[in-house]
Design a binder for this molecule. Structure first.
Ligand code: NCD
Length: 302
């Protein structure tokens, strides 16, 4: 088993499949009245969040607690970080407290890689800048597999602000490792130039929809935009928003995903987000099982 999960590129097909299979076993647990397993009793998991988060932070906390680990939640607000303490000094403090795993979200791409040099425990990337978010990709893959029965050969469209999306980057890596075929769709200004050979590119959403098994909508990340990347929100949503007429262009079996938080009415219409084809709430539930599997396997669970 790998020690750290810094990037979806840390995962080969066997390791990723083992995580998804283990997550399925963890999911069986959440239907029980007592949801706890003793697997990580006596181990300490630190959640180190330098950036805002709702789903991911709560999900990691729930996952660690269901495995009976001791959980320390650290958010940069209200800590010595606001006094200017460096990531390295914070890491050494965590080290002194004996953290077995550190889950980190940081606005700087590469922060988890640096952290892994300074602590002895496992490091899990919970989102670093515009770089990666590997557990989101795992929970997305889990959701696709459980809804559609397979990943190999699946046609996945990832739509919108790909440029700023760590979710897209990790999904492209993981999905191609697992044999799915990814097409990224968005305005040319929001599609990165360094996509390599792992994904196809299209600027025409209407053309891609009829041939997709999965359509994953991305949030337009205005907080990461210094320039204007498209004329207006209305124009964006006219060309790249998933509304009801566009939903009808998808094959019958296709699912609609979004990592959240959503800009309802911009990249996704409320009726689409709340439709039976949408897996948005399911993705959140699956996130807990997948993060349980990740913590369990990284920390040497049997
Ligand atoms: C994403 C993130 O923070 O990277 N959300 C999440 O983790 N569920 C996507 C986003 O912020 O748009």
């Amino acid at each position: 088993m790998i020690k750290h999960l810094r990037s979806a590129a840390d995962l080969d097909a066997d390791t990723a499949t083992l995580i998804l299979d283990t997550a399925a076993e963890m999911a069986a647990l959440s239907g029980r009245e007592v949801k706890k397993l003793p697997a990580l009793r006596g181990r300490t998991v630190v959640n180190l969040f330098y950036e805002d988060s709702t789903r991911t932070r709560i999900s990691f906390e729930a996952a660690a607690k269901r495995l009976s680990a001791d959980v320390i939640n650290f958010s940069a607000k209200g800590s010595s970080v606001s006094k200017g303490e460096s990531l390295k000094d914070t890491a050494l403090t965590l080290q002194a407290m004996g953290a077995d795993a550190v889950v980190i979200r940081h606005s700087a791409s590469g922060a988890p890689h640096r952290l892994a040099n300074w602590v002895e425990g496992s490091v899990v990337n919970a989102g670093d800048g515009t770089h990666e978010h590997p557990t989101q990709a795992l929970l997305d893959a889990y959701t696709m597999r459980s809804r559609l029965g397979r990943l190999d050969g699946l046609k996945v469209a990832i739509v919108g602000d790909v440029l700023h999306s760590r979710v897209a980057r990790s999904n492209i890596l993981l999905l191609s490792t697992l044999g799915a075929r990814v097409t990224v769709v968005g305005p040319p200004t929001l599609i990165p130039l360094d996509l390599t050979d792992k994904a196809q590119v299209s600027y025409d959403l209407d053309a891609v929809l009829p041939d997709s098994d999965v359509v994953m909508m991305l949030r337009v990340q205005t907080e990461r935009m210094q320039d204007s990347y498209f004329p207006s929100a209305r124009e964006y949503s006219r060309r790249y928003g998933l509304d009801v007429p566009r939903l009808r262009k998808l094959p019958e079996h296709a699912i609609v995903m979004h990592p959240g938080p959503m800009n309802r009415g911009m990249e996704i219409a409320p009726e689409v987000a709340d439709s039976p084809r949408s897996t948005i709430v399911e993705q959140v539930a699956n996130g807990v099982s997948v993060r349980m599997a990740v913590l369990y396997l990284l920390l040497g669970g049997k």
